[in-house]
Design a protein around this ligand. Sequence first.
Ligand code: ADP
Length: 405
Amino acid sequence: MLAASKENIPFTYVELDGRITLSSIASTEGQSVNLRSALHYNLADALQIADGEDSLNIAFPVMDGPDSNQIGNAIFTVPRFLVFTPQSSTLPLSILGVLIMLSLLLMLMLITMARGVKRQVLTPVKQLKYHAESILKGKYDEPIQYKRTDEIGELYAMLDLMRLEIMYLSEQHIRQAKAQKELITNISHDLKTPITTLKAYIEAVSEGICEDEETLQEYMQIMHIHADKTARLVEDLLVHALQELGQISVEPREQYSRKVFENMLRPIEHIVRSHGLTYEEPESIPDVLIRIDPVRIEQVISNLVSNALKHTASGDYIRIRTELHSGQFKLTIADSGQGIRAQDMPFVFERYFRGSLPSSSTSAQEGTGLGLSICKSIIKAHGGQIQFSSKTDQGTLFQINLPLC
Ligand code: ADP
């Protein structure tokens, strides 16, 4: 109570019957208070009663005697500001400031992130979509480039590879479609020439123009050459059609090489000589067991000989050799003709490829460009290889290797 009076806190001592026996406000001494409404031992009750006022009354029981019995109550009238320290108004403001700063920072971060995502992901993906659409529309010549080497960069590189591959396939498709059109035109033309010649000669013979046996034989030979030409063209066309369908039939069976090759090579001498060329036949044909389809191998030889005939002139030679080499049956067909031009060499086995004629040549280019591609697929089906060597104006040599049994 001394401390309270020092702090200028008014106090009152109230007896158990409500009488005020001591008070810092002397005028109230001797008066009575209603104990029910005046005594509040806890802060919450005191606060409720002093609602809105500047001070509140808090009571403390006063104990005395050996049993510590309550003998009275001390009521202190305490200014509210002593009980509740006034809250600093600057604290919430600073927190608010920090919060605002934090939100601004967060917004800034989000905006920067959104920009980053847009620049690094959305824009390149949009660009990629544009390129994919261009490819779909058939525009293959625009390169697809990306400067970084991240995952998106890899995606760009892959799409560019796809573009190049599609461009190559598309160009190949266009080339083949064009070549096929040309093939039909050429074949119709190439078939027309020998058939017209054949017709003319047949008419001549039937009209009795051939006076003697010798002229008749001569006419017959010419007719034979043209009939051969027609048959070869039709055969090429048929094999080509089968090749297109993937159905070119090769049925190899085991047989001894000498007899089968002798039979295949026999008619060649006559054809070569009838063109005014020298023919050199194989000195000896090795006799080994070999697995071949004679019809198809004959077709290969006939194609190679007819190519040699097309690219030689009277006085040249065609030489055929056979031998065993490195466990394989080797057959070579060489001619002393004009040779294959260096720029044509990589393409001669390609379907529809026809080499350029030498500048000195005045004749039109004959052929369909199918012969060597057919030869290659037939030899491949036998498990063999076909290759060539050639020199301009010196001649060409084709070599076939067939495995032995
Ligand atoms: P085609 O003879 O119908 O043109 P091929 O596929 O048989 O088609 O031959 C392709 C090309 O290879 C020919 O156009 C020709 O230029 C060249 N070629 C083939 N054989 C010879 C050869 N013996 N001499 C010179 N060139 C040849």
